[in-house]
Design a binder for this molecule. Structure first.
Ligand SMILES: [Zn+2]
Ligand SMILES: [Zn+2]
Length: 152
């Protein structure tokens, strides 16, 4: 039995063509807004991605079709349990990679964050796991947010 294929935390699941970079970014954004107790409303997301409301609604509709986001009328979109797993995966990848760039390569925080965003979801979790080890499983990211590890 191939368990890895169904594991949304595996790189394979995230690299499946049906999940675009934009969709992954939205899952991460909803997660981060929840983390800081901000409302992940359609307008907040539209502002965050500097796009118009209909564009944001389109992305959220796609995520809902894939059962990663739950949208109820007049309610703020929420992550489904599978959406949350993918969001946690991407946030861990991002925070570890940017911290690695910053503390091991000496890149400044902004550059570390920007460059990490380009590859965080694409890197094999085993590679990021190695970076995480080298950093001694850090508890906080560059911006002071918690880094949750898979086996915490
Ligand atoms: Zn960042
Ligand atoms: Zn870790």
């Amino acid at each position: 039995m191939d368990e890895k294929a169904d594991d949304p935390r595996s790189g394979d699941a995230l690299n499946r063509p049906e999940l675009s970079r934009t969709e992954v970014a939205y899952l991460g954004a909803i997660y981060r807004l929840n983390e800081t107790h901000e409302t992940a409303s359609v307008s907040t997301l539209a502002k965050r991605f500097r796009v118009r409301l209909p564009t944001t609604i389109e992305v959220l509709d796609k995520l809902e079709q894939k059962r990663l986001v739950i949208k109820k009328p007049w309610k703020v979109p929420e992550l489904s349990s599978r959406g949350l797993i993918i969001a946690e995966f991407v946030i861990h990848q991002h925070r570890v990679v940017e911290l690695y760039f910053n503390s091991k390569l000496g890149l400044d925080s902004d550059l570390s964050c920007t460059e990490a965003s380009k590859i965080d979801y694409l890197l094999d979790p085993a590679v990021v796991g190695k970076m995480c080890e080298v950093l001694n499983r850090p508890g906080q990211c560059l911006h002071g947010f918690p880094i949750q590890h898979r086996d915490d």
